[in-house]
Design a protein around this ligand. Sequence first.
Ligand SMILES: Nc1ncnc2c1ncn2[C@@H]1O[C@H](COP(=O)(O)OP(=O)(O)O)[C@@H](O)[C@H]1O
Ligand SMILES: [Mg+2]
Length: 330
Amino acid sequence: MAATADMGSALNCTAGLPDILICDADNLDNIDVLGEFHRDYTLGQELGKGAQGKVHLCRVRETGKLRAVKIFDRSKAKASATFRRELEFLEAHRNPHIVQVLDQYLDTEYCYLVMERFTCHLRKGFKWICSLNGGPAALGNVALRNIVQQAFSAVLHLHRRQVVHRDVKAQNLLADKLDVRDPHLRVVLIDFGFAQYLEPGKVLTSRVGTRKYWPPEVFDGRYDHSMDIFALGVIGFLAASGLLPYADENASRTRDIFGEGAIPDHADEETRTFMERCLEKDPKRRASAAELANDQWLREPVSPRDFQDFDNAASDESSSSDFEGSSTGS
Ligand SMILES: Nc1ncnc2c1ncn2[C@@H]1O[C@H](COP(=O)(O)OP(=O)(O)O)[C@@H](O)[C@H]1O
Ligand SMILES: [Mg+2]
């Protein structure tokens, strides 16, 4: 497992494959299911594109069920290693808010990771709300809390097992409905290409992930699990305002969104407090996942009764089929 290879090397990383030493990345002999992907599935439209390959819709030939498959192009450097890393983390850390891996295949050209299929990523869902509003996606407090709780639940699960995800962002959180205000929305975390085991007290140094979600210490190149917590705060702000709070490194280091009144007026006290605890610039003062887990606002499930404003007429059925024709990007 990558996990065991990793532990000791966390501090001494170099450029290249970030922070992790996967032994013999091309040795995929231990993949349990070797077989022909195309024998079992038909390939559908592209759902998203990434550095190592593409994600497509696919259909199980036998049952007709729809799934998603992430296809890694083995001619690309690190593709096999990333496939292994994703597979190992996804299998080792199953949780209702982490995408479930259902199958894996390998042939001479590609590695295939078959997963549950979701409707869209959160960025797309937020943008859809934006288009309804004709302005920034101002999610209400209840819908925001529902989304943040589920994303937090995935991060808490990982941090309790000493895993840092390192790329928590709206494009890596998938929703089963385009209308992300739906009381029954399910949100899952995907994309474990940068995930890393890290013992308490140790630090990581490779600057990986997505800069607009980075806290200052990632720019400094010395960080730990708390980078994922900062990213959750960024998602909270994005959900409330439709905007990313930190455009660049300077903003991440110096912008005070609380002092300058950038939090939308409609955000209630608990939502603001959550953002403040996550977006603390000093990682030592930032709340840990364990501390946030004591917060009733995050812990107590939102009741469907709280979603008074949800308009069922705008439910996902018609709009999600529009979505299926387009690439979701990553
Ligand atoms: N299980 C899935 N269901 C639907 N869409 C998916 C699924 N997995 C990934 N995608 C889409 O593909 C995009 C890229 O997937 P991701 O795993 O994040 O790849 P990358 O590592 O290249 O970023 C996602 O942002 C999302 O839009
Ligand atoms: Mg991604």
